[in-house]
Design a protein around this ligand. Sequence first.
Ligand code: BGC
Ligand code: CA
Length: 351
Amino acid sequence: MKKKIGIVLLVILSLQNFSGCSRGIDLDFSKDKEIKNIKIGISLYDQYDTFIDSIADYFNKAVREKEREKNVTIQVNMVSANGSQSKQNDQVEQFVEQNYDIICVNLVDRTDPSMIIDRVKNANIPTIFFNRELVEEDLERWDKLYYVGAVALESGIMQGKIMNAICKNDFHSVDKNKDGKIQYVMLEGESGHQDALLRTEYVIDTITKAGYSVERLGDEVANWNRAQAETKMNNWIQKFGANIEVVFANNDEMALGAVEAINKKKDIINPMILGIDGTKEAIEAIEQGEMTGTVLNDSKGQAESMLELAYSLVTKEKLSSDIILLDGKYIRLPYEIVTKDNVEEIKKSIK
Ligand code: BGC
Ligand code: CA
């Protein structure tokens, strides 16, 4: 009798294990053996995105440090989906077939993660999405799905605060045509990207709530891209010339595109230019006075916490106490304002 129950139990347990639904009962025996080799598969939405490239760099650095610290081997296979969701789905499929321990996905289309979720859930491979945030309902579809990113709307608010501080100190340095309003143009990131939407909205919201009036001369999508931003900026310079008092860009690459356009027309126009990310080049542009400010999007922090989370999911070691896992799923790193006042300090901290 005992034996029979034992067999039935075993069958139930292995069935549960097979379907990947081991919720409630911990069937993971790997805990007991020491893990010496970890395989992480990462798919980037586009390897040529400067900010993503910086996350990738910091991630690889953190991996090497972890290997030394823990005396483990961490194999990282990092691939780029080159802007194609179906290509990304195939890449994840391959990671699954090759039994990766953890998969990290920087979604191409953040509204279309279902194929990936079905696949990793089926194969019981914990998956961390990063930077391109999927909607909550999708993340809720399985308890081993995670998201690492930033507190999106904070960046727009901070960009607005940089402007407010300048206005408070010397409104005329902004309002060059002295009509009491801030004439601006907006360079937007990819349409539909959570950061583009929130940054565009909250920067203006923050400025108007502080009591300043604004006039929008132009608002265009430049897809996070420097060259596209330069083209848009050239058109605006032709159309509005010196009337443009401020350029708000949803990221630094686009802000730098505006800098390039404006540098060629310095005799006509000299607006304030604000970006977001705190890339190396933007930091230099701030030092040189070509950009007014940016908001540091902590690629280092995001990369490092993603590795910490991945490591802890595989080894079952506790996540370090300085990383907060909100709702058991989200890690969100804060942003930070960068202007000429603190640029040297920031530069040291992100080395
Ligand atoms: C960054 C952009 C980047 C985008 C990619 C944003 O958080 O600010 O620079 O292009 O993520 O998804
Ligand atoms: Ca004005």
